[in-house]
Design a protein around this ligand. Structure first.
Ligand code: ADP
Ligand code: MG
Length: 399
């Protein structure tokens, strides 16, 4: 069922509660990466231009003790948002109470205010993170409509997303443009893909990705596996993996996944090995049948890159999660670059990246504009790829 989108709501003259993902990295009160603020602008601007009154809010990090109140003060985001919107954003240093309520009642059409970090409510009993019923009800009472555009927290049922949605009235909630894009790309790639659907999985641990592998084994036509997780699969096949990262307790699971896969899983044929986990260590390419005892595999090799490129030919949908090697070190980034290049070369394919490090890899290696969609939520996109229903999305009304 399609979710209501902000454009389905009549926002003019209405108090629009807007849950955004302003969980930006900060150092000493300075925002070090403002991408999430920029990504939120289209939905905010749309509502302001239509004459809505925006009440914006987000969580920022975790709030566990008094000392976090200063560290997790979200007011620098309000300042930056004001610059980017080129209009005042009144900041209320509270998450409830008279000052907030008065400021909301004084908002004029096309004006915006922002209130303090929703997780300040966690200090006394985790009210936000445990979706305290009273809190969701209270926040919902502050507005007429609710727009959720925070995909990064969609896999959590908190008061500021699910709590408000459940209390605002079925007709009055919608997702924003960012959330709409995630649903259109990840949701569609997993549930109604144009075939063939090829999934590329990598990253460090099988244990982080069991759900993703199991779901994609059902949904995808092929699964190409690289990254450190390939070594657990090699052990399942009885191969020597030297000092490579292996999850001993997941070898049996890897075995059963290979059996279930019925030939859908494609494993690397070569790997780049080094004696140490270091960019400066001497390294070389070996066949996966010849990994020496004292060395570890840190990337897929060039033959694997060719193999994966050929498997990708003709793909209509590609889902990529997990780097092929230790891409943070230039000597082990070639496999990940190779996969990015193969995907970039595909014509007429929907190509989607889900996963925090995979997104960071594609962006830092210069491929950001080569994909149809790079997900903005690491944990949320993983759960979406697992085929789970995300509570933050589920709580929004259908069209
Ligand atoms: P994502 O965040 O996209 O889901 P993961 O968190 O699962 O991805 O994995 C990313 C990490 O996996 C990277 O930090 C990368 O260095 C590491 N990695 C990839 N291949 C290897 C390998 N062969 N050995 C050790 N670490 C690896
Ligand atoms: Mg990660």
């Amino acid at each position: 069922m399609a979710k209501k989108i902000v454009t389905d709501l009549d926002v003019c003259g209405k108090k629009v509660l807007m849950r955004l993902d302003f969980n930006v990295p900060m150092k000493d009160g300075i925002i070090t990466d403002e991408n999430r603020i920029i990504a939120a602008l289209p939905t905010i601007k749309y509502v302001l231009e239509k004459g809505g009154k925006v009440i914006a809010f987000s969580h920022l990090g975790k709030v566990k003790e008094e000392a976090d109140l200063q560290k997790r003060d979200i007011s620098p985001v309000a300042k930056r948002l004001s610059d980017l919107l080129n209009q005042p954003v009144k900041f209320i240093n509270a998450t409830r109470g008279e000052e907030l309520e008065k400021a909301i009642s004084e908002l004029k059409d096309g004006e915006i205010l922002m209130f303090q970090n929703t997780r300040f409510e966690d200090l006394n009993g985790k009210k936000e993170s445990k979706n305290d019923p009273e809190l969701g009800k209270y926040w919902a009472s502050l507005g007429d409509l609710f727009v959720n555009d925070a995909f990064g927290t969609a896999h959590r049922a908190h008061a500021s997303n699910v709590g408000i949605a459940e209390n605002i009235g079925a007709e009055n909630s919608a997702v924003g443009f960012l959330m709409e894009k995630e649903i259109n790309f990840i949701g569609k790639a997993v549930d109604m893909p144009e075939r063939p659907l090829v999934a590329i999985l990598g990253g460090s641990k099988v244990s982080d990705k069991i759900g993703v592998i199991e779901n994609l084994l059902i949904k995808a036509d092929k699964i190409l596996i690289g990254g450190a997780m390939m070594f657990t699969f090699f052990r399942a096949l009885g191969k020597n993996t030297g000092k490579s990262l292996v999850e001993e307790d997941k070898i049996d699971l890897a075995k059963s996944l290979l059996e279930k896969a019925n030939g859908k899983i494609v494993l690397p044929v070569d790997t780049v090995v080094a004696s140490e986990f270091s960019n400066d260590a001497p390294h070389r390419v070996v066949s996966i049948n010849e990994i020496p005892d004292g060395e570890m595999g840190l990337d897929i090799g060039p033959e694997t890159n060719k193999l994966f490129a050929s498997e990708l030919i003709g793909a209509k949908t590609v889902i990529w999660n997990g780097p092929m090697g230790v891409f943070e070190m230039p000597n082990y980034a070639k496999g990940t670059i190779g996969v990015c290049e193969s995907i970039a070369n595909l014509q007429n394919a929907i190509t989607v990246i889900g996963g925090g490090d995979s997104a960071a890899a594609a962006i830092s290696l210069g491929f950001a504009d080569k994909f149809s969609h790079i997900s903005t939520g690491g944990g949320a996109s993983l759960e979406y790829l697992e085929g789970k229903k995300l509570p933050g999305i589920e709580a929004i009304s259908n069209k």
